[in-house]
Design a protein around this ligand. Structure first.
Ligand code: GLC
Length: 576
């Protein structure tokens, strides 16, 4: 397809960039124009030739990350781990795993990021440790020791309520009624059971129970001494890293802390009245990002940002995955050339969350993450399609999150052998592709030593070949971020409103606005040329700020305006 990519550098140069401060009271101001880049540390850049990425490798790529227009990085766990769940089973919360380097390497990374004007966010696995963690080993002993109350040790397994049907991932994560299914049988002296959070190797830390059952002696109250000590430890972990310069955390399974907390009120209270309160008092310029998947709860709990992506009730599956979440059957997602998707499911869920947190915090729709299929996958791997999807991601409100490699269209590898508990998630955690050198510049190790095999396609997209091609996805993404930064309306705090009808899903048209500035974004992932009527704006010839299209027309009418766009295209209009 000979579609030309509109290069908008001139427009940006003319308008300049706007330093936007977060409009949400009490939030760090830098969130107003924050753009976060997520790095899976084992897969980004290997500096010592062992086939696995590390911190000095990431440090050496910070200039590249900065060149995208990114203002912060979030790294998945880098701490000493048993690696039965890709680092989410932590053995020592205070030490960088030797595979990634040393604590000093982290400090160097942070210092360099800061010198480039970027923030560094770590992963805080607040809810569980590894079963190899010293705390757990000690807690498993029969006698009463320092860490005895850091975990939950049921003395018997209660009957499982009959009504509990199969549970999805989010329900499992959030425990609630599913707790009994997380009892793990053990020979440890403290047994016969402990409670896990995810895999058996990830025993849950003890933050207490919402309503301790007097018949279950292992259920302590949230304010009992054990859970209180646990909270102090968590604060200590956070201080330890933030005092080294780290700018905040993405909190893993943040909703899971208090057990049997069916409506999450006790977990919300715990964060709001203690953990987040303490955080804000001591580190007011730092950020707390929730993996909660329900912003209406997590922002109330005090988090600055929460995700809206693959899981929980509130997800964007109908936009990006060809699977019906309820039935498990095939479905056609919205971002597909077939043009058979629908918007209503996503719209209702998203709108609810957007309204719930407006003016208080951010809902973020990441371009991907380490737990689900990459954006470039299946029938959606062409640059054109990815440009359209990226236009959507980078013109929506909230803090944008770019999963490493999505800016070059790193393609999901579904046939790779699972590593370190990743299972089907392995294909999304693939090594970055940098250039034409050995292993695409990721590592000097032999190919079979790489953490996960790379995309074998000889025509694979790399940073190098994308940087030199003006019409590449990478250059398109950079331009989108420039446009976003230059516009108050398109920024993190700009308001959002769908102006096209849910009855006609293609194209989707939404308005972004702030302080009298208005933009319209038209997104058509289908292969068909489409027209749409929207309420009249009274603007004869809106200026095009950017987008990916061959031809686009905007006809102003008395009562309605008509926009026509090509198949697989996206246009950003400025409405004066
Ligand atoms: C989160 C992480 C996931 C991990 C799980 C257990 O969902 O994103 O990768 O397996 O928590 O820690």
């Amino acid at each position: 397809m000979n579609i030309k990519t509109l290069i908008v550098a001139a427009v940006v140069a003319a308008t300049g960039s706007i330093a936007a401060h977060s409009q949400n009271p009490g939030q760090p101001e830098w969130l107003g124009d924050a753009v976060v880049y997520q790095i899976y540390p084992s897969s980004f850049q290997d500096s010592d030739g062992n086939g696995i990425g590390d911190l000095p490798g990431i440090t050496s790529r910070l200039e590249y990350i900065k060149s995208l227009g990114v203002t912060a990085i979030w790294m998945n766990p880098i701490f000493v781990s048993g690696f039965t769940d890709g680092g989410y089973d932590i053995i020592d919360f205070y030490k960088v795993d030797p595979r990634f380097g040393t604590n000093t390497d982290l400090v160097k990374l942070v210092e360099k990021a800061h010198s480039l004007g970027m923030k560094v966010v770590l992963d805080l696995v607040a809810g569980h440790s590894s079963d190899q963690c010293e705390w757990f080993l000690q807690s498993a002993e029969a006698e009463n020791l320092h860490y005895s109350d850091y975990y939950i040790w049921p003395s018997f397994k209660p009957e499982e309520p009959a009504s509990n049907g199969p549970m999805d991932y989010a329900q499992l994560m959030n425990s609630s009624a599913s707790l009994i299914r997380k009892f793990v049988k053990t020979d440890a002296p403290r047994g016969p059971y402990y409670v896990k959070n995810f895999f058996d190797t990830q025993p849950a830390l003890n933050y207490g129970f919402a309503n301790p059952d007097p018949d279950h002696p292992w259920e302590q109250g949230v304010d009992d001494p054990g859970p209180q000590a646990m909270r102090r430890e968590l604060k200590n972990i956070m201080s330890f890293w933030m005092d080294k310069g780290v700018d905040g955390f993405r909190v893993d399974m943040a909703a899971s802390l208090v057990k049997n907390d069916f409506d999450k009120s006790a977990t919300i209270k715990l964060w709001q009245t203690d953990l987040k309160k303490w955080f804000k008092e001591n580190y007011p310029d730092n950020v707390l990002i929730a993996e909660w998947f329900n912003p209406s709860q997590s922002i109330e709990a005090g988090f600055d940002i929460d995700f809206f992506c693959h899981d929980g009730t509130y997800n964007y599956s109908t936009l990006f995955f060809n699977i019906n979440r309820r039935s498990g059957g095939a479905a056609t997602c919205y971002f597909d050339l077939a043009g058979e998707g629908e918007l209503k499911t996503w719209y209702d869920l998203y709108k609810f969350q957007y309204d719930a947190v407006q003016g208080k915090g951010y809902v973020s729709m990441p371009t991907g993450n380490h737990d689900f299929t990459r954006l470039s996958a299946g029938a959606r791997t062409s640059q054109d399609q990815l440009k359209v999807a990226m236009t959507f991601f980078l013109t929506m409100p909230g803090v944008p999150f770019i999963y490493y490699g999505d800016e070059i269209g790193l393609t999901h590898q579904s046939n790779v052998k699972p590593v370190e508990g990743a299972g089907a998630r392995t294909g999304t955690r693939i090594p970055m592709l940098w250039d034409a050198s050995k292993n695409a510049g990721f590592s000097t190790a032999e190919a079979e030593k790489l953490y996960i095999p790379q995309d074998p396609d000889p025509a694979r997209r790399t940073v190098e070949n994308q940087e030199s091609d003006p019409s590449s996805l990478l250059n398109y993404v950079k331009n989108l971020l420039k446009i976003r930064k230059a516009s108050k309306a398109l920024g993190n705090d700009g308001e959002w409103r769908l102006v096209s009808s849910l009855d006609q899903p293609y194209p989707m048209v939404y308005e972004r606005s702030r302080d009298g500035e208005k933009c319209l974004v038209v997104v058509n992932p289908s292969a068909k040329k489409v027209s749409v009527d929207i309420p009249a704006y009274g603007n004869q010839s809106p200026e095009i700020l950017g987008g990916f299209y061959k031809k686009a027309s905007y006809k102003s009418g008395k009562t309605s305006d008509r926009i026509t766009v090509d198949g697989c295209s996206a246009v950003i209009y400025s409405i004066k």
